[in-house]
Design a protein around this ligand. Structure first.
Ligand SMILES: [Zn+2]
Length: 268
């Protein structure tokens, strides 16, 4: 890659930092990756003007480096549908008119977003960036269930607007009679990579070839969520109360109890 950029710029001794995982990628063992190049302002303008460089089946896009708002916004427990069902529910909630108006307001006041676009394009740019993932999650009652994580591109251009955006997202009601009542959990603080969207035991980075950081802890030592995680309770839809006794509460759309693994109390 370096020789190719040097050829384009007609210079030598180009400096490039080690690649990092692109923020859009959830699996660190595959791409896309981002590479930082140290160039002069004139060279930056020339490279960004090209947009894409490709040769011999190898291609990369060039973008100007700037501060990017985080895409991770929240995690939910107690949603029991398939990933597809849960993604549909989240998309339905985010596509409500009042939420579209919030997206548009933020995008229109963001100096980093091209303002020539029609309203609907600005809104769909954000909605189309939605990515929903799931990981195993150990409840405070020691029940293994799925945590659902929401990633979405921010229409906010500064930190204050971003905090407003995140608060709005976190105040939405992610509930459905068939899927469950989504309860906010996390953010976590991974001790391996300091990420906030997973506990240390589920850190994806130790799977990166050549990883030099802490090893992957055994799965059964994954820490429980932070003690101040909130559990909005809706009796009709039966989410898990903090001290869950499975013999007392019927649960919605739940596989047979035999599939849940109970953790030892001493670990909590
Ligand atoms: Zn991590």
């Amino acid at each position: 890659m370096i020789p190719l950029v040097e050829e384009v710029l007609d210079r030598k001794n180009l400096k490039m930092a080690v690649p990092i995982i692109s923020s859009e990628s959830n699996d660190p063992s595959v791409g896309p990756r981002a590479y930082f190049l140290q160039v002069s302002p004139e060279e930056e303008a020339a490279l960004v003007g090209l947009g894409t460089i490709a040769k011999d089946g190898f291609a990369f896009n060039i973008i100007r480096f700037g501060f990017t708002m985080p895409t991770y916004v929240l995690s939910l427990a107690h949603l029991y549908g398939t990933l597809e069902d849960i993604t549909d529910l989240i998309m339905k909630i985010l596509s409500d008119d009042p939420f579209q108006a919030i997206i548009l307001d933020l995008a229109r006041s963001n100096p980093n977003i091209e303002q020539g676009e029609p309203d609907i394009d600005l809104i769909y740019d954000v909605l189309n960036s939605v990515k929903v993932t799931q990981t195993d999650w150990l409840t405070q009652g020691g029940i293994m269930e799925k945590a659902t994580h929401l990633y979405i591109r921010s229409p906010a251009g500064d930190l204050e607007s971003f905090n407003f955006w995140k608060a709005k997202l976190r105040s939405l009601d992610f509930s459905d009679p068939f899927i469950g009542t989504g309860a906010l959990i996390g953010p976590w603080k991974c001790l391996g990579c300091f990420g906030v969207d997973h506990p240390t035991g589920l850190c994806p980075f130790p799977k990166v070839p050549g990883w030099q950081g802490p090893p992957i802890p055994p799965r059964n030592t994954a820490p429980p969520p932070l003690p101040n995680a909130t559990f909005p309770y809706d009796h009709q839809q039966a989410p898990l109360p903090t001290h869950f006794d499975s013999s007392q509460y019927p649960r919605l759309s739940q596989p047979s109890r035999g599939t849940f693994r109970k953790a030892k109390r001493g670990r909590l």
